[in-house]
Design a protein around this ligand. Structure first.
Ligand code: ARG
Length: 266
C-alpha cells in the first residue's frame, strides 16, 4: 500500500474524477489508515511504498503491475498522467527483490487492475485501459489460460471495479460492465457468481480485498454483504468515499505481493 500524502484529483482520466470535486486530504488519510488497520487485523502483512509528490494516483497500488511468484509484470499506463508511476514502481519492486518485467512497446497494461486470477485462469479486462494483446502476452509469459473480458462501461474501466474472485470457484461481478460474450464466458468458467446491483456497484462493491474468508470493502453494500455471509464469508466494511472520487476503493489501494493467484491464498 502507499499512503495518500500526495493524493488528490489533479486530472480527469475516468468519469468518477472531477477536479471541481476535490478530495479532503485529512479524511482521505483517515480512511486509508482505517483500511490499513483493518487489513492488518485480518492478518495481512503490509509493505508500504513512499508516496511521491505529483503522482496522486500512486495510492492505487493495484495498478503497479501484476505479481507472479518472484516476478512482476510492470504496468504501462494508457494515460500520460500516470506514466510517471512506473519508474517508482520499478525501483520499489527491485529493492524488494522482485524481478521486473517490462511490457513490449505500445502495449498498454494496468497490472492487477485488469488482470485477476480465479483459480489457475487469468481473467483479463480490456479495451478501456489495458490492451487485449498485452494481457495475452502476459498470460503467454506466465503460461496460463487467459479469458479476455471486454469492458463496456466507462465507469467500470478496470476489471477490478466490476469483478472480484473470492475463491477458485466463486466471484463477485457487475454484469452490465461486460459485453454479452464476456458475461457468458464468466458464467461458463466460474460456477458461483454473485451479481451486485447498480447501486452497490457504484459503491465499488466489486473492489474488495479478499483474505481467506474475510472480505474488506467500502460501506453501502448491504446486499452484497448478505450474499457473502450466505456463502460463508465475513464482510468488513470501511468508508472509502474519498478514494471513490478518483475512481478507486479497497482493492485498488492494495496489491497482493503473493500474486493474485488462488493457489497462493491462505
Ligand atoms: N484515478 C485512477 C485511474 O483512473 C484510479 C485507479 C483505480 N485503480 C484500480 N485498480 N481500479 O487510473
Amino acid at each position: 500500500m502507499c499512503p495518500p500524502d500526495f493524493y488528490g484529483i489533479e486530472y480527469e482520466i475516468n468519469p468518477w474524477m472531477s477536479r471541481s470535486q476535490q478530495s479532503n486530504l485529512d479524511v482521505a488519510r483517515q480512511q486509508w489508515e482505517a483500511l490499513h488497520q483493518l487489513l492488518q487485523t485480518l492478518k495481512a502483512q503490509i509493505k508500504l511504498m513512499t508516496p511521491v509528490k505529483g503522482l496522486p494516483d500512486l495510492v492505487f497500488t493495484a495498478n503497479a503491475g501484476l505479481v507472479w511468484k518472484d516476478k512482476v509484470f510492470l504496468s504501462q499506463f494508457r494515460h500520460e498522467a500516470r506514466q510517471g508511476e512506473t519508474a517508482v514502481d520499478r525501483d520499489w519492486f527491485q529493492e524488494a527483490g522482485f524481478e521486473t518485467i517490462e511490457m513490449p512497446d505500445d502495449y498498454f497494461f494496468e497490472g492487477a487492475g485488469d488482470a485477476l486470477f480465479c483459480g489457475d485462469t487469468l481473467f483479463a479486462g480490456y479495451l478501456i485501459r489495458s490492451d487485449v494483446k498485452a494481457l495475452q502476452w502476459v498470460a503467454g509469459e506466465i503460461n496460463c489460460r487467459v479469458i479476455p473480458l471486454q469492458l463496456v462501461d466507462e465507469f467500470y474501466y478496470h476489471l477490478d471495479t466490476c469483478f472480484c474472485p473470492l475463491s477458485e470457484t466463486e466471484a463477485i461481478y457487475y454484469p452490465p460492465a461486460f459485453d454479452s460474450y464476456a458475461q457468458q464466458a464468466l458464467k461458463e468458467h466460474i460456477p458461483h457468481l454473485i451479481p451486485v446491483v447498480d447501486q452497490e456497484a457504484q459503491r465499488f462493491a466489486c473492489n474488495a480485498v479478499v483474505i481467506g474468508k474475510s472480505v474488506a470493502l467500502n460501506t453501502g453494500c448491504p446486499q452484497l454483504e448478505k450474499a457473502l455471509k450466505e456463502r460463508g464469508y465475513e464482510a468488513h466494511s470501511t468508508p472509502l468515499d474519498e478514494f471513490i472520487k478518483a475512481g478507486g476503493s479497497a482493492k485498488c489501494l492494495t496489491l497482493r505481493l503473493d500474486g493474485e493467484c488462488a493457489a497462493a491464498w491462505p
